[in-house]
Ligand binder design. Structure first.
Ligand SMILES: Nc1ncnc2c1ncn2[C@@H]1O[C@H](COP(=O)(O)OP(=O)(O)O)[C@@H](O)[C@H]1O
Ligand SMILES: [Mg+2]
Length: 323
């Protein structure tokens, strides 16, 4: 198909390779998979990978963005409707479950699924039959279910917003896709992938400094943000991508600047000694490194080019041992 980018999933980090290995081990099963991860981490892409590597690969793959569908249309979109089921139903219509028959259906943003339809969805999954809106006879369907959530569904269950029985039904194989900042090994490969995709004719070279800055950035919008930024940069760059070509939000995410901002207090408070100011900076640096490493001390120490034992002493000194 023209304009349809090729399906290529980049996975160089250990975390992503591990996820793909686990998907390969369940490729001949029909288990429901729940993908969990922040927006932009690649849940939709992984869902497609699951389908493509499964025994249903040559059968339909239907994606449903639940957050984008108006709640009052959702039921008939998913399960279809008969002619005359409601005023605008001038003819019968197959629902997305029927279109996915024999293949897989991907329900994205399942955390947004309205509570009043959850029991109907559960019934469909349990019975492998759907009932169109306004319909009288059940229609058998055979679909493999893949869902994705950006927040912890257990918490929604505890708050009474998500049915626990539905949660168990969709959560047979849970796969957590880490945010991009926790798998920085993927970043250079993703950058190359998007350069090939958006500027294959240009042979752009990314300078060392620009690459380091892109790797250091925290990527709150994950791969979607990375893709958009690379696309934007390729519009203006001709041969090289240098630090100065990077958008402001990335340059200002520079760790030193963030650090100085966090330490604003030091510079505003009169009467702090040099030792106190330096101590405050050091404490913030350590805290930041810990946050970046997700609490992994050896990784944080390495990042600060410090031995683990010195790092431990500092944690004690600044009372950060519980962070
Ligand atoms: N591993 C990957 N390799 C290549 N591109 C990716 C990868 N993960 C995500 N993308 C791209 O990033 C964008 C966002 O991914 P998407 O799957 O829609 O994320 P999510 O569903 O978690 O919000 C898409 O353009 C997708 O093609
Ligand atoms: Mg998505």
């Amino acid at each position: 198909m023209p304009n349809q980018p090729q399906f290529k999933l980049i996975a160089h980090s250990e975390a992503m390779r591990d996820i793909l290995r686990r998907i390969d081990t369940i490729s001949d099963s029909d288990s429901s998979v729940l993908l969990i991860g922040e927006t932009g981490v690649g849940k939709e892409m992984v869902a497609e990978y699951i389908h493509r590597s499964s025994i249903r690969a040559d059968k339909p793959f239907v994606k449903v963005g639940l957050a984008a569908l108006p709640p009052d249309l959702l039921e008939s979109e998913l399960f279809g409707h008969e002619k005359g089921a409601f005023t605008s139903a001038s003819s019968e219509k197959k629902g997305l479950f029927e279109l996915a028959n024999t293949g897989s259906i991907f329900l994205d943003d399942i955390d947004d699924f309205p509570f009043n339809l959850q029991s109907k969805l559960l019934r469909v999954l349990e019975s492998s039959e759907i009932m169109r809106v306004g319909g009288m006879k059940p229609i058998p369907i055979d679909v493999r279910l893949i869902t994705a959530a950006k927040i912890d569904l257990r918490e929604l269950c505890d708050r009474g917003m998500f049915r626990t029985d539905l949660y168990y039904r969709i959560n047979v194989v849970p796969l957590t896709i880490p945010p991009l900042r926790d798998r920085i090994d993927d970043i250079p490969y993703l950058i190359q992938h998007f350069l090939d995709r958006f500027a294959s004719n240009k042979q752009l070279h990314v300078s060392k400094e620009a690459m380091e800055t892109l790797i250091q950035y925290s990527w709150p919008g994950n791969i979607r943000e990375l893709r958009n930024i690379i696309q934007r940069i390729t519009l203006f760059a001709n041969t090289h991508i240098n630090y100065s070509d990077l958008p402001e939000e990335i340059k200002s995410d520079n760790p030193i600047e963030t650090l100085l901002k966090a330490c604003n207090r030091c510079f505003n408070e009169d009467g702090m000694t040099l030792e106190q100011v330096v101590g405050c900076l050091e404490m913030n640096l350590i805290r930041q490194a810990l946050q970046k490493s997700g609490g992994n001390r050896s990784q944080a120490a390495r990042h600060l080019k410090m031995s683990l034992s010195t790092f431990r002493d500092k944690l004690k000194k600044y009372n950060l041992e519980n962070e």
